[in-house]
Design a protein around this ligand. Structure first.
Ligand code: BGP
Length: 463
């Protein structure tokens, strides 16, 4: 007997900038993702786009033109839902216009219709590291309060357009990455300093609340969540200093879900801001908005657990302390510890803290997939990772966690956010394209395609 609810939302997740390509087609304006080489997470970006250079997001895996084929493959696996983002700059090319780009709106109409053709529910991220480039270049990104109004106009436009087609929404992808990846998350340069980064956070908290308000007014039956990147963090030693420092690190991450789920800044915020020298500019009405419009659910990504040591050097790619290895865990080829128990831990931690539904909108195994002599990809490591993490999620449900769905990150190979490469593959579906952009973009099923099909068909019983 499956422990998963009968309406459990099994599916997969991608992001516009990592999959669609067509970066400047049909009226789309450039986003911040379109000027980075080496992964949006790096924050390294070109001031102008050099047509002679390769930018991974410009073609990505051409989902924009191939989505019907891809959605048919997702349907063959039995997806109940499919997470992707709307590229904000496809709807408002600069971000500050008052009239939307009809061709952009029409594309997502077609995509959502195609999903519904197979009974697949869209789960839509409003901004997945995809702030329109002009809002960064001409307004300074989210540290500029005007972005609240621009984002609200974008949200109202898509809520009204897709009412009746989309009922699951989330606002900003991994908003707690603002400290680790300020350019990707808030279109703020890494050297902008704590004041700019936390002011940008405040504007995004207000924008999140306004999006929640608009969503419920326009689509009463909708569920709109916030979204965080959450590894599990273990103290490196039993030294109370490491334990306290790990608690502090965790609280600075859950700071973001505290504000968006509880509707108020946590009690430890004033001390944190004093220590950082941050004096937030909070406009009248902001705090009431946060209180009145909290998120309906907590979406989060889980890939790994990390070790933390007081005073240690921060690892940008994992959020742990550089140089520390957990001797009890194997790692992926990219050094990410594989920790299904950590997945059960974070589900319980969040369920206890927020007592609202959880939605795992990213979990997956990034690996190098080499076809065998017959051209088949026997991605047993990916199947093993998935099996163990779904078993852990089942345990978490039996622990009493209210989990509404699970979307595997990258059900089709897409561009890596951390590296900007194709080599780090997550898919059950292989895409013929290499790191330099060469390939036919042909899709083919890996061994894990049939495995995930079985998982969904059995509602998580056959693993
Ligand atoms: C998360 C992002 C995704 C995805 C994932 C995997 O932080 O929300 O966009 O990329 O990381 O990371 P990577 O692609 O670097 O392996």
């Amino acid at each position: 007997m499956s422990v998963f609810p009968k309406d459990f939302l099994w599916g997969g997740a991608i992001a516009a900038n990592q999959a669609e390509g067509a970066w400047n087609e049909d009226g789309k304006g450039p986003s911040i993702a379109d000027v980075v080489r080496g992964g949006i997470a790096s924050g390294k970006h070109d001031a102008v786009i050099d047509p002679n250079l390769y930018y991974a997001s410009h073609e990505a895996v051409d989902f924009y033109h191939r989505y019907k084929e891809d959605v048919a493959l997702f349907a063959e696996m039995g997806f109940k839902c499919f997470r992707t983002s709307i590229a904000w700059s496809r709807i408002f090319p600069r971000g500050d216009e008052t009239t939307p780009n009809e061709a952009g709106l029409a594309f997502y109409d077609s995509l959502f219709d195609e999903l519904h053709k197979y009974g697949i529910e869209p789960v839509i991220t409003l901004s997945h590291y995809e702030t329109p480039l002009a809002l960064y270049q001409e307004y300074g990104g989210w540290k500029n309060r005007q972005l609240i109004d621009f984002f609200s106009r974008y949200c109202e436009t898509v809520f009204r357009r897709y009412k009746g087609k989309v009922k699951y929404w989330m606002t900003f992808n991994e908003l707690n990455n603002m400290n680790r990846m300020p350019f990707a998350t808030g279109a703020v340069d890494a050297d902008a300093g704590a004041q700019a980064i936390w002011q940008a956070n405040h504007h995004q908290f207000v924008a999140n609340a306004l999006a929640n308000k608009l969503c419920h007014e326009i689509i009463p039956e909708a569920k709109i969540g916030c979204m965080l990147s959450l590894s599990t963090v273990y103290p490196a030693t039993s030294n109370p200093q490491d334990i306290f420092s790990t608690m502090q690190l965790r609280r600075r991450s859950l700071f973001f879900s505290d504000v968006m789920m509880f509707g108020q800044y946590p009690a430890f915020a004033p001390r944190l801001f004093r220590e950082l020298g941050v004096k937030l500019e909070i406009a009248g009405g902001d705090l009431q908005l946060l209180a009145d419009y909290p998120s309906d659910y907590l979406g989060f990504s889980y890939y790994r657990s990390v070790l933390h040591q007081a005073g240690g050097q921060f690892r940008i790619d994992t959020g742990g302390t550089a140089g520390l290895d957990n001797p009890y865990l194997e790692k992926t080829e990219w050094g990410w510890p594989i920790d299904p128990q950590g997945f059960r831990i974070v589900c319980n931690e969040l369920a206890d803290r927020y007592r609202k539904p959880l939605f795992i909108v990213e979990n997956g195994y990034g690996g190098v997939d080499e076809p065998d002599a017959s051209g088949q990809i026997n991605d047993d490591a990916r199947i093993d990772y998935g099996r163990r993490h779904i078993e852990a999620m089942a345990q978490a449900i039996e622990d009493g966690c209210d989990i509404m769905g699970y979307t595997w990150w990258g059900p089709i190979d897409i561009v890596s956010a951390g590296t900007g490469e194709m080599k780090k593959r997550y898919g059950f579906i292989y895409v013929d394209k290499d790191n330099d952009g060469h390939g036919t973009l042909t899709r083919s099923k890996k061994k894990s395609f049939g495995w995930y099909q079985q998982v969904i068909a059995s509602n998580g019983e056959v693993l």
